[in-house]
Design a protein around this ligand. Structure first.
Ligand SMILES: Nc1nc2c(ncn2[C@@H]2O[C@H](COP(=O)(O)OP(=O)(O)OP(=O)(O)O)[C@@H](O)[C@H]2O)c(=O)[nH]1
Ligand SMILES: [Mg+2]
Length: 220
């Protein structure tokens, strides 16, 4: 019985996500779901992305956290349109929340929408939001066993950013081991090493966004 209830919840979520995706497509907005453990650097990366994309690509951000508007305030300081969703006890965003959030954006003015999901390596993987692609951040202090311990998340994300590479001299993190785990779980995943602190790899990240947007625009 419990399984049936869960299936219904996911079914309703999937149909709302499909509607969100139709809206994104009709407005020509490329939507990216950003996921990671708490503190891996999602908001910092979006702040740095805003600096790099200023005047190039018009984007907005939906922030998901249990409580506070702290992340949305950080993004707003970059002059990027942003809306904070507080999930209360919820450990992930869902399609219904995104649908409500979208009413607060002028999608005609946007080319890309980043959705920063609640920090969690498990639950966000289960819920389609209507995004076109999912990006995962793994940061070096989290340890080098995460891909094999959280395979569902790593399998779902088209691109995996390994953040905080500036900390490699100080934390036990075997990059080759992590890349091997990712290859075993998701051979097609695109991996980029970055540091939001030093800026390493951020050009590659911005190139990735530009290429994705170009491919998306061709489809319309
Ligand atoms: N050394 C180092 N610290 C970083 C880097 N990127 C982010 N941080 C720090 O990591 C901490 C967490 O960063 P956030 O961007 O708030 O992480 P988050 O993933 O948005 O966190 P939640 O929203 O709580 O899930 C902050 O103190 C950042 O300054 C990096 O590349 N190197
Ligand atoms: Mg954040």
């Amino acid at each position: 019985m419990e399984v049936k209830v869960l299936q219904n919840v996911l079914k309703v979520n999937d149909s709302l996500a499909a509607r969100n995706r139709e809206l994104f497509n009709s407005k020509k907005v490329f939507a990216i779901d950003m996921m990671s453990s708490p503190g891996a650097g999602k908001t910092t990366l979006l702040e740095e992305t805003a600096k790099k994309l200023a005047g190039k690509i018009r984007f907005g951000v939906i922030e998901g956290d249990l409580a506070t508007a702290a992340d949305a305030e950080r993004i707003a300081r970059q002059d990027v349109p942003v809306l904070q969703i507080n999930t209360g006890k919820g450990c992930h965003l869902d399609a219904n929340q995104i649908q409500s959030a979208l009413e607060h954006f002028n999608l005609d003015q946007l080319e890309v929408l980043f959705i920063e999901n609640v920090g969690n390596l498990v639950c966000p993987a289960e819920f389609d939001l209507g995004q076109h692609t999912k990006v995962l951040l793994l940061s070096t202090p989290e340890g080098d066993d995460k891909p094999e311990k959280y395979p569902v998340m790593f399998r779902q994300c088209s691109t995996i950013l390994i953040n905080k590479v500036d900390l490699l001299p100080y934390v036990p993190f075997d990059m080759a081991k992590v890349k091997k785990q990712i290859k075993d779980i998701h051979p097609q995943a695109h991996v980029i090493e970055i540091s939001c602190r030093t800026g390493d790899g951020l050009e590659q990240w911005v190139d990735w966004i530009e290429n994705q947007l170009e491919e998306f625009s061709k489809q319309k």
